[in-house]
Write a protein that binds this ligand. Sequence first.
Ligand code: FEO
Length: 399
Amino acid sequence: MASYIIRNVSKSVTLLRLNDTDVKYFEANWHIPEGITYNAYVIKGKDGAVLIDLWKQKYSDLFLEALKQVVEPAEIRYVVVNHAEPDHTGALEAFSEVNPNAIVVAFPIAESLLRAKYNFKNQFKSLKNDESLSLSDITLKFIYTPWVHWPETMMTYYEQERILFTCDAFGSYSIPDGVDDQVADKEYERYSEKYLVTVIGSYRDNLLKNIEKLNLEGIKPAIIAPSHGLIWSKNPERVIQLYTRWARGESDEKKAVIIYASMYGSIESVVKKIKDSLPGVNFKTFAFTDNKRDDIEDALTEANGAKVVVIASPTYEVGPHPSIAQLIDIFSMKMKGLNKPTVLLTSYGWSSTADKRNLKAMQDAGFKVIDQATFKEKIAENDLKRIVSSISAALSSQP
Ligand code: FEO
């Protein structure tokens, strides 16, 4: 059952965090048994309060219940919408019922989206470029960061306390026990990389450009407060470094990822031979077989930081196996342009055309195919040796 946490972030900022344990498929697509949080923030000043982001609509009642424990809703002068997606704006209608006078601050695309989706009377302050807003002792600088994750997205910098509210950027899946980066362990980092790849992977170049923009504008936050996951108050630089590395598809692990489908065992036996030939290699293997179906989200996350990716598929009708076809399609959406070294293996019974389709699809998806083998049921020994040596060479190469 969903629950919430209220916690002070600083002298004047309070976190309202909804722990969403009901969601199983984020964006109706990504399997997240680990759940997700929606973080809203209240800044209280001498002349009123500011609300930064909200929660998903189904949690509107809980949102108002939590909000009233922190501030009288009528005291909120501005509602900052960093991003119009409904996981951060769904409670706007309910908020409007208790405070129709607060001014919503957002970029114009957000206004048209919000007016189309929700019924509410509040006025808008429509931003055109990076602008600031002062409310006596609260100064907010709005930094336009388009496509992290939608075209209207911005970040809000609270100058007095150097807190950067980043919405989706630097966010994560999972429902951590704590609220700040003291509990940011390796497992949390994996959920964060999964979040980056699945949700904003298509816009990784925009993410990198906007990180650069923060640098150019001299924004050096003491605290990074995203709208999903942990608040980075102990080491905010760390999450910027991690996000930069993941957006570039880099990793500090020297790993190879094998993703395969196998209907009757030929591909599975080749995968086993490859792994047996390279006993010292850190292989992460994801299978789609008649008794196993790994999460595609985990395969994508591991492939993001891999030194080499091996895609192995039987021929299905005249193309790749449907599981592999879907994977390649998602690669082309979320991992385009990484130029990731890739090895393709294709088995067939009577039609050997799938390999050409796989090669074109992976090249179109922005992967660098360094080797491939196509075989009728069993791989030839010389092909196997060559493939093993190609994987080994890719693992030894410098980034
Ligand atoms: Fe968390 Fe793009 O919304």
